[in-house]
Write a protein that binds this ligand. Structure first.
Ligand SMILES: Nc1ncnc2c1ncn2[C@@H]1O[C@H](COP(=O)(O)OP(=O)(O)OP(=O)(O)O)[C@@H](O)[C@H]1O
Ligand SMILES: [Mg+2]
Length: 452
């Protein structure tokens, strides 16, 4: 799974990871601190009881030497080097030691007040926590009681707890992250559906965003649908108005042209008449060009358009065969396998009919229609076996009204219109030399994002 910070999923996941890490870390730290303080208190309490027991059991014999009336109740003081030691000293008299202290002795510096004190110091088997107190006696030297336990005993209790707590908290963190992931996936599902609905709209499968979405997204969907409908209506109105304007100019232009042709016969005015005629022709070409452009659905690009090559091509081939009976038009491969093209069917027909008409006019015998699917676009090619075009003119023939010097040339609009339509869809039309010298025209129409 790829996590990127530009995605909602990535952001949510990162937030959950941070949240869980900080939360679990805080629980871990505070639980260990509390437990350590609590266990230390209990430990000190218990060992202070041992000091008091030791003091209670110590008696002085007739010579003033200390002795125990009975062993301490905790048997660990009898096991050699168990880590539990006691010692009773009286300056100038015999020192008593626990059976566990088979080597070394305890520093009696800690036993200096009747109150029990404790500190860390070196012991017979490693660092110890030593507790000490004194008890005054009839003589000058007081009795000093020292109990010491290896620090490792306390540390083992704390580290066992830390280990178990860490495992449990790790499991808890995994469960929290797992449930967080499930929540993110569940919560973001409507966005994936929305993306699919937009792709369907974009690719022409639907004319509206379809499906039921959560309230927060439903509002966006309703607005988008209203926007798409409004846009389509505005574009449609614009097309109708541009068409009306072009049609309304046709008649006056025809009258002007007619008048100019009549003026040609008059020698005095023939020069002006020719200018009139040339300009009228230019106007006519512009009108034809813009009329063709308003018919194009390319301006509605992205609002539910889709065309099939196998639907568009057969009627075009039938028409071309009538216009250019000596030329063989055919599709390379199986047109029914051709991918859907994200383009208005009328626009696809307009592009192909211009290219096929050109190819038919210049071909010797064969015109071939091909298609190729790339990851993000469909390429349509129209190839003829005619004379082709010099590469230096590949760009100039796209200008409105541009033709090469040949009687077959028409008004010079076809390529310009075809390329404009392709570009409306974010695609392009390019020319190249075919393998056998003819012209290869390639139309690229991008596939909407999310659809291949
Ligand atoms: N397949 C081709 N082989 C050779 N020359 C071509 C081919 N297609 C186009 N041309 C050249 O490019 C020019 C421009 O083509 P375009 O389709 O724009 O105009 P047209 O075919 O002359 O007129 P219209 O298409 O408006 O009827 C043509 O006049 C022709 O000289
Ligand atoms: Mg043409």
């Amino acid at each position: 799974m790829r996590i990127s910070l530009t995605s909602l999923r990535g952001r949510f996941l990162l937030s959950i990871l941070l949240w869980v890490t900080i939360g679990i870390g805080a629980i871990w730290y505070s639980a260990i601190s509390l437990f350590t303080a609590h266990v230390e208190d209990l430990y000190h309490e218990e060992l202070e009881v041992h000091v008091r027991e030791l003091a209670g059991l110590t008696q002085l014999d007739v010579r003033g030497n200390p002795r125990l009336s009975r062993p301490l109740s905790d048997p660990r003081y009898a096991v050699p080097l168990s880590g539990f030691y006691w010692q009773v000293t009286r300056e100038g008299y015999v020192t008593l030691k626990s059976g566990s202290m088979t080597r070394g002795s305890l520093d009696d510096g800690i036993a200096r007040s009747p109150e029990i004190l404790h500190r860390i110091e070196a012991g017979p088997s490693g660092p110890t926590i030593a507790y000490g107190a004194i008890k005054k006696t009839a003589g000058a030297a007081p009795l000093q009681f020292i109990i010491a336990t290896d620090q490792r005993h306390l540390q083992r209790i704390i580290s066992n707890f830390t280990q178990e707590l860490s495992i449990w908290l790790m499991l808890l963190a995994c469960a929290l992250i797992g449930s967080g992931l499930a929540i993110i996936t569940f919560g973001l599902k409507p966005f994936a559906r929305l993306a699919r609905a937009i792709t369907d709209l974009h690719s022409g499968k639907t004319g509206q965003l379809e499906g039921v979405f959560p309230d927060e997204i439903q509002l966006v969907v309703a607005n988008l649908n209203a926007y798409a409908n409004g846009n389509a209506a505005i574009v449609e109105r614009g097309r109708v108005q541009a068409g009306n304007l072009a049609h309304s100019l046709r008649t006056p232009l025809a009258v002007t042209t007619d008048e100019a042709e009549r003026m040609l016969e008059n020698d005095a005015a023939s020069k002006s008449a020719r200018v009139f005629l040339a300009e009228s022709e230019r106007m006519q070409r512009q009108i034809d060009y813009h009329l063709a452009r308003t018919r194009s659905g390319g301006s509605r690009h992205g609002v539910g358009l889709s065309a099939k090559l196998m639907d568009a091509v057969p009627p075009l081939i039938a028409a071309m065969k009538r216009l250019h009976p000596s030329v063989d038009f055919h599709v390379k491969g199986n047109a029914s396998h051709a991918p859907q093209i994200a383009c208005d069917p009328e626009d696809l027909s307009e592009i192909l009919s211009n290219l096929l008409d050109n190819a038919g006019k210049w071909a010797n015998a064969v015109v071939e229609i091909g298609y190729e699917l790339h990851g993000d676009a469909v390429d349509l090619t129209v190839t003829d076996d005619g004379p082709g075009i010099a590469p230096s003119q590949y760009e100039s023939v796209f200008a409105i009204g541009a033709t090469l010097d040949d009687p077959r040339c028409g008004s010079g609009l076809g390529l310009a219109i075809a390329r404009d339509i392709a570009r409306d869809y974010g695609g392009d039309l390019t020319l190249a030399a075919a393998r056998d010298g003819g012209l290869l025209a390639r139309v690229t129409i991008p596939t909407p994002v999310g659809r291949t």
